[in-house]
Design a binder for this molecule. Structure first.
Ligand code: PLP
Length: 232
């Protein structure tokens, strides 16, 4: 097996083991291979090992690279997104994980309306309430969800977070738990046409903890493709 194949197999095993520890069905957890900064050939290689979902963070890179990927991959956009760049993702991504403001959601709705389709979105929460991080503050979430839920051509599917950097893996657990609790809180509002079933949380260093805390989408880059040269 090549590196990518064995890395993916190893991660799938670790996800399954984390599920067993907390009595979850491993089929509830989907692996997103974060391929930012990595070439199309590596995406094709991962696809050949059965990997279907790929996450990208930079619009320009996605525009340049995605046409070079022949395999029918499912793209997820997970990075910071400027409103004026949403048009480049229109119809090309299955889900946008990083929606953190009404103006962005409104533009996604407007763009997907043009193709008479529906974009799945997650609301990104600044779960550690860090000054430099994007994401909606936990206390503002309800105020964001209500108007976004009214927009046509998009579907709120759940929440996403990028927790504070922690040196010990266990330190991150309360943030993941908090995201799950927030999702339950929003769910209890019983707003029409929204769902809180997806929790996008966990990266290379902490995806097992995230799975134990209820992640349904884990975003793993380095542990599949190796170190990235560009920072982020
Ligand atoms: C880069 C990135 C990841 C993947 O990080 P790794 O540590 O390489 O697994 C996950 N989520 C987001 C939002 C990212 O930008």
């Amino acid at each position: 097996m090549n590196d990518i194949a064995s890395n993916i197999a190893g991660i799938r095993e670790r996800i399954a083991a984390a599920c067993r520890r907390v009595d979850r069905n491993p089929e509830e957890v989907r692996l997103i291979a974060v391929s930012k900064v990595k070439p199309a050939a590596q995406i094709e290689a991962a696809f050949a090992c059965g990997q279907r979902r790929f996450g990208e963070s930079y619009v320009q890179e996605f525009r340049d690279k995605s046409p070079a990927v022949q395999a029918p991959v499912e793209w997820h956009f997970i990075g910071g997104l400027q409103t004026n760049k949403v048009k480049y993702l229109r119809g090309k991504v299955a889900m946008i994980h990083s929606v953190d403001r009404l103006s962005l959601a409104t533009e996604i709705s407007r763009q997907w309306q043009k193709i008479d389709a529906c974009c799945k979105i997650l609301l990104q929460v600044n779960i550690g309430e860090e000054e430099q991080k994007s994401g909606c503050l936990p206390n503002d979430l309800e105020q964001l969800v209500r108007p976004v839920a009214e927009l046509p051509n998009l579907q709120i599917c759940g929440l996403m977070c990028l927790p504070p950097h922690c040196t010990e893996t266990e330190e991150v657990r309360p943030y993941f738990r908090r995201l799950r609790e927030l999702a339950a809180q929003i769910d209890s509002l019983q707003l029409p046409d929204i769902s809180m079933t997806e929790l996008s949380m966990g990266m290379s260093g902490d995806f097992e903890v995230a799975v134990e805390e209820g992640a349904t989408l884990v975003r793993v880059g380095t542990a599949i493709f190796g170190e990235r040269v560009r920072k982020n």
